[in-house]
Design a protein around this ligand. Sequence first.
Ligand code: COA
Ligand code: AMP
Length: 630
Amino acid sequence: MAYKDIYESWKRDPDAFWMEQAKAIDWDEMPSKALFDGNAPLYEWFADGMVNTCYNAVDRHVEQGRGDQVAIIHDSPVTHTKHEITYKELRDRVASLAGALRAKGIEKGDRVIIYMPMVPEALEAMLACARLGAIHSVVFGGFAAHELAVRIDDCKPKAIIAASCGIEPGRVVHYKPLLDGAIEQAAHKPDFCVIFQREQEVAHLEEGRDFAWHSFQYGVEPADCVPVEGNHPAYILYTSGTTGAPKGVVRHTGGHLVALNWTMKNIYNVDPGDVFWAASDVGWVVGHSYICYAPLIHGNTTIVFEGKPVGTPDAGTFWRVISEHKVRSFFTAPTAFRAIKRDDPKGEMIKKYDISCLRALYLAGERADPDTIEWARKVMGVPVYDHWWQTETGWTIAGNPAGIEALPVKTGSPTVAMPGYDVQILDEAGHEMPAGELGAIAIKLPLPPGTLPTLWNAEDRFHSSYLNHFPGYYETGDAGMKDEDGYLWIMARTDDVINVAGHRLSTGAMEEVLAAHPDVAECAVIGVTDELKGQLPLGFLCLTKGVNRPHDAIVKESVSMVRDQIGPVAAFKLAVVVDRLPKTRSGKILRATMVKIADGEDFKMPATIDDPAILDEIREALQTIGYAKG
Ligand code: COA
Ligand code: AMP
């Protein structure tokens, strides 16, 4: 069948479509139907089925004869190590960890925070939680103690599983002091912590609270899989919103299994047994869906890569990994390719490797600029598929369904809506826009299986962030258009979320940190265009009257405050002191205009601006730090 037929078959009878896909999952009790709409506009999928994620991702493959197949390859250029774990070994390791967690009181519904670098133990921790029906929340290693503390207080974990350290090029990231600091800052305290001690750093363990990964599991009974309801939360993943408080995206078990399994063949075009590689991090949604869950649910081999596209040791690393492990489909963020292209513009490094095993490259996480796409296509010689999705959806909203039918690529467009998504472009009043016109991108409710049913502890915020603006739709926060062929074009965010090296960050969160500087009276953070990372945050600081300390010192302190409070991943290194901020007469800061000035783009003078002369002051201030090209 062609893509159009499949999309139409979903549209004609969504319940039948998803019940058919659900057959690929091993249920303890098959659900009676797909959609549960009794609480609309909140929807649930497969709510009355009983199922276990870990069973589907691990045990069933062993039972069905894949026990000796490699499930996880850990390729770690930063530690100069590589090793493989078969499905059978994975089952035994996960059952043992789950048994130890259960012996310490972890049960279905308990929350467990996981704070680990790119090691297979991170996946094992996720799967051990899933085995027990515990709800994990993985926190990215590049976040500081404060961000971890915020998440501890929001999801109130009974346990935290962490590693002693992570390794960034040139430095060891000391996880344990960050963890200890976070627990100290948080009002909620976990009952216990499990620490995976790495060779590179053995962390100090607190007597009675901390247990070492191996001794913790010694002599315990392995745990079996606990069946849970289809609408039982599998995990919570925090993502950036407009304010400093992150949003806890909830993922329900049944829909997650069904949708992710569907994507592996239909989008990524791999069969069970093939090697699939997503070069991201388990702390992000790409890591949840495509390093851990989807490849394992589908019986693929997944690669846990602990390194960077460049510098570990060079711009040929990706090609080595693809060639050495025979990767069939590869997924990463455009920024990684921009980094490789910058170091090796002619693509010389790839000539050393045979990457004929590779069928396609998939890009997501940020807008894929046409130059990068073209370069990747030329040097790799495979189709490059951009696809668009979000933490909230957990899988592709719009992409190229290469496993059904490879549609013609239009460079700059992530192609078409996947079955399950009725994507529409709306004007401010919620009316559908004609083809080719720019508007807010919204998805007609219900969202498909695998997407967020609500926010953790924050149903009101779920309504206000996503559902209230366009009744009957989910508001994506992205703006763009649809062309005559139904291809989508994603142009910009409609909120204050920025995207730095494929990482989603909140300028509002950075503003909250800067505003706490004793000399800062008012501030604004914007995302300016950056050739490598797509965007970079840039702060404007207005000082409190009477402060006459050197501006350099205040800027330096502000930069380190953001690094200490949010983390190095914020990549906040640019700030400038200004006398005042441009505002509308009603007091709204004109951030979009400031972005245009910094990027050297033309802009229309906002009709509501309070005092146009401020824009010249902004331009001059930006010029002092090398911005504002125009
Ligand atoms: N733990 C601790 N610190 C981390 C971290 C982690 N897991 N990941 C990143 N950081 C740190 C980096 O070391 C860097 O610190 P520095 O300011 O001391 O140099 C800072 O956070 C910013 O990181 P990043 O924005 O990633 O920049 P970079 O210069 O280290 O690397 C790229 C640039 C393009 C190579 C890198 O961003 C990359 O590989 N991107 C791939 C994108 C990706 O995986 N996106 C996920 C969504 S698909
Ligand atoms: P995250 O939740 O971190 O995955 O970030 C999601 C956001 O990243 C989206 O709402 C978009 O703004 C942006 N994004 C992700 N993929 C793409 C893409 N293929 N093209 C354009 N923007 C993208």
